[in-house]
Write a protein that binds this ligand. Structure first.
Ligand code: IVH
Length: 672
């Protein structure tokens, strides 16, 4: 067997083992055996870059390449469902359907309503080609790179299983409770804001610009709607059973019923039983099963007449409001929190509930002593949803106007619901937040320090800002309660090592509002030094691809503040990197040296201008037309036939978008 043949064989067998493990929960080989096959494939693929395939099982790990999502139109609009909340609504639906079908008998498929975000997957010749979010129902974001990392979504379907050449399948991407809890624990340790519920976490993750982040977060997907002209079967339920045979994860909890009582029984059962599921659900979905009957019922402008969602009632309890207190988070956001008489709710005793922000709180019109209704919905933290009996003898509670910690008047930024304490360099929770961000893994990565140690140092007066870390010595840290000798040495060592962190991460670490990891990288590469970034004008900043007005303004205002300038100068004196290293500059200029490249066609991942910039950054030249001197054609979809022919005649290689990105990606890996 040739290496090429072995690659194909390994891919097929790994697809099957993935399916056994992630969909069937029935692996037939050990984890070690799996890893060793994967390893073999990785090595072979590295030796055969010409066999690159975005659907290879090795691609499930994602990449660090910046994802810009392309907006694509849905072939068929993604409708949503009308919601109902009680039995009467369900009965009305049942009767409407029955009348719409002139009294014909009909079956209803009952399903769980998964609480994540909907996704549309397109397969061609048995391979995943595109994954698109719902968006506004008419068009959504192309998130294919991210979706490829979700293990339960098949990248290539088993041969001969009877799937048609093209079809679409829709479902819900979600984050199982276990992954959600692990993620929030990790974020807590790293001082990052927590996700309120698995749906937000799934949605934030799927829209992540970095597919290797997605790969690590343990997303899952259930498919619940199979579409396409050549899909076999004339019942919804039967079609999903077919999809299951093709390798898709379809819930085993769907039931076909033929009476209203059957629907009620399903609702009653799952209203309780859903608590034991590994994923969040927020209701059930009822669908008329026969596709012919679906067609005859048709749609309204917003939703099909043949389906409806029934939402579970969130559990509520009544108690008395005693006080509203205000928490200042590490970003400066001020959250009102209600203290209440303890009450039992969904199995736990609840004493506190969030009131979210000033608008939510004032809409409730609260007084101390009110009898309030507390609810636990999809959120982990309970919330007050209404007042049962107001205590009007007390004055209404108003949101505070000054920071409860430092007394500075609060600010509210346009488009944001929260109030913020703007005293970034003087209010303790904000100072601590900035230091935590500074030491975090993706910034300076001072991993021997955690939020508690930082709190401790701050309280002892050892540090007042992140720059102070570089003045710490053994004598200070060995004072009682600051730590043992071994621990202290470790801390000092990792502070010392952080001086070598590349400039782009230093730029991220200093905490310019809105300048995330990606923007910091972009700025660092564009300007090359802290000094140049600090002197950049608003105009110059906005010229850069990926930097909008909000980021540009924030950069300018950061470097206008003398306190920030002094902070950055101190970091420079302590020896942190303030310029792009030689290797990083070199990494930007080697690979395409001397190459003349023609760009042609329509692209999925980046715009034409971005590709042009990438070619230049890597030392290549973008040329307009194909000649014998052209090194290769970077071709998107629908490349013109004339160009294609000319390239063929001259023997000029055609490089796909993915292959091109892979070329640059490999280089970035080498530079790391
Ligand atoms: S069917 C035309 N089935 O709920 C049929 N949707 O508003 C459209 N959802 O956008 C969807 N579980 O994100 C369907 N078993 C299920 C579902 C489900 C969750 C979500 C989906 C949809 C929303 C309905």
């Amino acid at each position: 067997m040739t290496e090429e043949e072995r690659i194909l064989e390994l891919r097929e067998s790994l697809h099957q083992h993935n399916h056994n493990y992630y969909v069937l929960n029935a692996p037939v080989i050990t984890d070690q055996e799996f890893d060793s096959l994967m390893h073999e494939l990785q090595e072979l693929e590295q030796r055969h870059p010409e066999m690159y395939d975005p659907n290879s099982p090795t691609q499930r790990v994602g990449s660090d390449l910046n994802n810009e999502f392309q907006t694509v139109r849905h072939e068929r609009p993604m409708l949503s469902l009308a919601n109902t909340y009680n039995r009467q609504d369900v009965m009305d639906f049942y009767q409407r359907v029955s009348e719409g079908l002139s009294g014909q008998p009909f079956q209803v498929c009952c399903e769980l309503k998964f609480d994540g975000l909907s996704i549309s997957l397109h397969y061609e010749h048995g391979r995943l080609v595109r994954a698109v979010t719902r968006g506004d129902g008419v068009q959504g974001d192309d998130v294919t790179r991210n979706v490829r990392t979700i293990r339960s979504i098949p990248l290539a379907l088993p041969k001969g299983a009877g799937w048609p050449d093209t079809f679409e399948i829709r479902g819900e991407v979600l984050m199982p409770w276990a992954s959600f809890e692990r993620l929030n624990r990790q974020r807590e340790e790293e001082g990052e804001p927590l996700f309120a519920n698995p749906r937000n976490a799934a949605s934030g993750t799927l829209k992540s610009k970095n597919s290797s982040t997605v790969a690590q977060r343990g997303l899952d997907a259930y498919l619940y709607y199979l579409l396409g002209d050549d899909v076999p079967g004339d019942g919804h339920f039967q079609r999903l059973e077919t999809a299951r045979r093709w390798g898709f994860q379809v819930s085993g909890n769907m039931r076909l019923v033929d009476s209203l009582q059957g629907i009620y029984d399903y609702i009653d059962y799952w209203d309780q039983e859903r608590r034991h599921l590994p994923v969040a659900t927020d209701g059930i979905v009822l669908k008329v099963n026969s596709l012919a009957q679906q067609r005859s019922l048709g749609m309204t402008a917003k939703s099909p007449r043949w389906a409806i969602a029934y939402k579970f009632q969130a559990e509520q309890a009544e108690t008395i409001l005693r006080q509203v207190v205000y928490q200042v988070g590490r970003t400066g956001a001020v959250t009102p929190v209600a203290n209440m008489d303890p009450v039992l709710l969904a199995g736990t005793t609840v004493r506190r509930a969030t009131l979210h922000n000033a608008d939510v709180m004032e809409n409730l019109n609260l007084h101390v002593g009110d009898h309030v209704l507390v609810e636990k919905g999809g959120e982990i933290i309970p919330k007050i949803v209404g007042v049962k009996e107001a205590n009007t003898s007390a004055p209404p509670i108003r949101f505070i106007t000054r920071c409860p910690v430092c007394g500075t008047p609060l600010a509210r930024y346009e488009g944001e619901a929260a109030h913020y304490c703007p005293n970034e360099t003087g209010c303790p929770p904000l100072i601590l937040g900035r230091i935590e961000h500074f030491i975090s893994r993706k910034a300076m990565n001072i991993n021997s320090l955690g939020p508690e140690t930082i709190d401790d140092y701050y309280r002892q007066g050892l540090i007042h800002d992140a720059a102070d870390l570089y003045e710490l010595g053994e004598e200070q840290l060995l004072k009682p309660s600051a730590g043992d000798q071994k621990g202290v040495r470790k801390i000092l060592k990792s502070i010392e090592e952080s001086r070598q962190v590349p400039f782009e991460r230093v730029l991220f670490a200093i905490g310019i509002r809105f300048v995330g990891e990606i923007a910091a990288k972009t700025l660092a590469r564009y300007y090359g030094s802290m000094e140049a970034v600090a002197n950049a004008s608003l105009d110059s900043l906005q010229q850069i691809n990926g930097i909008g007005l909000v980021i540009a303004q924030s950069v300018v205002s950061y470097f206008r503040d003398p306190k920030n300038l002094e902070f950055v100068q101190r970091l420079q004196r302590y020896g942190l990197r303030m310029t792009l290293g030689e290797e990083e500059q070199k990494a930007q200029s080697d690979r395409l040296q001397g190459k003349g490249i023609v760009i042609s066609g329509v692209f999925q991942h980046h715009s034409r201008d971005e590709y042009k910039a990438m070619i230049e950054q890597h030392g290549g030249k973008n040329v307009g037309s194909i000649s014998a001197k052209t090194s290769f054609v970077l071709a998107g979809e629908n490349m013109g036939p004339a160009k294609l022919e000319k390239a063929g005649k001259l023997g000029i290689p055609i490089v796909s978008e993915e292959e091109f990105l892979k070329m640059l990606e490999d280089e970035e890996d080498e530079a790391d």
